[in-house]
Design a protein around this ligand. Structure first.
Ligand SMILES: [Zn+2]
Length: 193
């Protein structure tokens, strides 16, 4: 029986990682000392994973606006609609759980399942128009996105090894919320079985 009393009950032990902060959620350092660059989508949510200021300098004003819109949409737009739909369907979850690899957006402890809601650009959604690279400094951005993708893959496999079932929902998919809900609830039913 898996404890759902609190996240201290998880088997995943972040203390084995270098750079782990022991002061809980108030620290400002990234949890992972080896992070290449924190994702701007994670900035400003009190996660302690702020934007890499060196990287922000390279962002054009219009791109910066796009990123900031994405930051806001995280709690007000598509991700919220998915959360609302799941809640109405009877699922209970925790949000943005830093104790798990990759800080999953939605965590269902009882089902031992996690949902990532990924921005298509930063996480490199293959074949997606929202993932098109900017025209300038293409190689720079490609390297950033490839690093994010490989980190995502590593975190997914860490979660699986720790006994979690992960699923990724792409930002562009949320244009059709009902379809996403079907895909996610199918996944959760399998996790429950
Ligand atoms: Zn996409």
């Amino acid at each position: 029986m898996i404890s759902t009393a609190g996240f201290s009950g998880y088997n995943f032990d972040p203390c084995t990682r270098s750079g782990h902060q022991t002061s809980g959620s108030q620290g400002r350092r990234p949890r992972y000392a080896t992070d290449i660059s924190p994702w701007p989508l994670y900035a400003g949510r009190g996660t302690g994973i702020g934007p890499d200021l060196g990287m922000v300098d390279h962002v054009t004003p219009s791109k910066r606006s796009e990123i900031m819109r994405a930051v806001r949409s995280r709690d007000t737009g598509p991700e919220l609609s998915l959360r609302t739909m799941l809640h109405r369907a009877g699922y209970r979850y925790r949000l943005h759980v830093k104790e798990l690899p990759g800080t999953p957006d939605i965590v269902l402890p009882r089902l031992r399942a996690v949902i990532f809601v990924h921005g298509c650009y930063w996480h490199g959604h293959a074949g997606c128009s929202k993932a098109a690279l900017p025209k300038s400094r293409v190689e720079f951005w490609r390297a950033k996105v490839m690093a994010n993708r490989s980190r995502d893959r590593a975190r997914i496999s860490e979660l699986k090894q720790a006994g979690w079932a992960p699923i990724v929902v792409w930002q562009c998919e949320l244009r059709d919320p009902a379809r996403v809900l079907r895909r996610v609830t199918d996944f959760l039913q399998q996790a429950e079985a």
